[in-house]
Structures are given as structure tokens and as C-alpha cells.
Design a protein around this ligand. Structure first.
Ligand code: AR6
Length: 183
């Protein structure tokens, strides 16, 4: 299953590179410095160009579970929402709440900045080591709850961008489980 409708918003899963997504904003899985790194963060900085780093320097970092907005510069997306996922430390250090907060705060920023379409990477599931199936349940569950609780949300489309087959399979499984529960 690659699509799920929640209220007036379409959720999709897509395999590919988030830097190429034609949406109003892409979400970056950054670190607290906001000064770049590897993984999707490195790819976004490379594609956006050096102005992105200059803009990030003015933000004074970002706490884990929070989110901050910059322009997208050379990206197709006009904006980047930088959020910092938790490092997985066994699951007993508030990781689930912090990961949910990344999605929640990113959605709030989108709504308060006129952003209708949004793409998320699988935050924390790379270098930060969050177990994939737990992370996708939190990602989709938090987005769904947000949209159900915010009927005035202006977000019409959300893409979960998957860089590999395992991530794609985990999102598809999560979509399927939610659909079955709704049936
Ligand atoms: N498009 C979409 N997804 C991608 C891309 C891409 N171009 N590149 C990687 N991914 P990660 P984290 C996937 O490690 O775990 C950085 O150094 C990747 O396969 O990028 O939150 C930051 O500066 C995985 O599924 O982010 C932090 O220090 C997902 O994106 C740290 O890594 C997230 O993997 C954050 O670690």
C-alpha cells in the first residue's frame, strides 16, 4: 500500500532522493548543530548549496525533537524544515516521544508558514540507529493524529521518502496496518 487518505490530506510513500522532491518543503534529519553532516543532511546541503549552511548558522542550533525553517535555496523545494531526531539508546531514554515531536513540530511549522506539500525522510533510522518498524509507526501515527486533530490544517499532501527497499517495505506495512484498523 502506497497511499493513505487522512481527512483532506493524501499520504504517500515513494522510493527516491528527497532532494529531488517537488514539494513546498522537505524535512531534513539534522543534528543539534544544524551545521550539516552525513546521510540525508549532507545530501540536502549539497543540493541546496552553501547558502543553506549560511542560513543555518543564524539559527543557533536546534534541540532534539524541535524544528526550524530555512529557505531551500537551489532545491526544488522552496523551504527546508530542519528537525533533530533522537539517537537510539535502547528505547528507554524518551526516544519515542522525541521522534514523535520531530513530526509534530515539523507539521506545525508547515501549517504556520503556508506550506501545503511536505516530504519527510525516515528521521533517526540511519546514522541515529532507530529501529525501522518502530520509527515508521511513530512517523505515520503522529502525522495521522495531527491531521485528525487539526481539521483546519492547510497541508494537502505528505510524502514519506524512502531511500532503500527496507524503508519502503516498513512504511507500506505501516500503511497496511492502519488501513486494516480503519476498515
Ligand atoms: N533522500 C531520502 N532519504 C535519504 C537520503 C536522501 N537523499 N539520504 C539518506 N536518506 P540519516 P538520522 C535516508 O542517517 O538517522 C547526519 O549526519 C537514510 O537511508 O540521514 O536522523 C545528521 O547530521 C535513512 O533512511 O539521519 C545527523 O548527525 C534516513 O534518510 C545524523 O546524520 C535517515 O538517515 C542524523 O541521523
Amino acid at each position: 500500500m502506497k497511499e493513505l487518505q487522512v481527512s483532506h490530506t493524501k499520504l504517500h510513500v515513494l522510493k527516491g532522493d528527497i532532494t529531488r522532491c517537488e514539494v513546498a518543503a522537505i524535512v531534513n534529519a539534522a543534528n543539534e548543530s544544524l551545521l550539516g553532516g552525513g546521510g540525508v543532511d549532507g545530501a540536502i546541503h549539497r543540493a541546496a548549496g552553501p547558502e543553506l549552511l549560511a542560513a543555518c548558522r543564524l539559527l543557533n542550533g536546534c534541540r532534539t525533537g524541535e524544528a526550524k525553517l530555512t529557505p531551500g535555496f537551489q532545491l526544488k523545494a522552496a523551504s527546508v524544515i530542519h528537525t533533530v531526531g533522537p539517537v537510539w539508546r535502547g528505547g528507554t531514554h524518551g526516544e519515542a516521544d522525541l521522534l514523535a515531536s520531530c513530526y509534530q513540530k515539523s507539521l506545525e511549522l508547515a501549517d504556520s508558514n503556508g506550506i501545503h506539500t511536505l516530504a519527510f525522510p525516515a528521521i533517526s533510522t540511519g546514522i541515529y540507529g532507530y529501529p525501522l518498524s518502530q520509527a515508521t509507526k511513530i512517523a505515520v501515527g503522529t502525522v495521522k493524529a495531527y491531521l485528525e486533530n487539526q481539521p483546519q490544517s492547510i497541508i494537502t499532501e505528505i510524502i514519506f521518502v524512502c531511500f532503500d527497499d527496507a524503508t519502503l517495505a516498513a512504511y507500506e506495512q505501516t500503511f497496511k496496518e492502519l488501513e486494516r484498523r480503519n476498515a
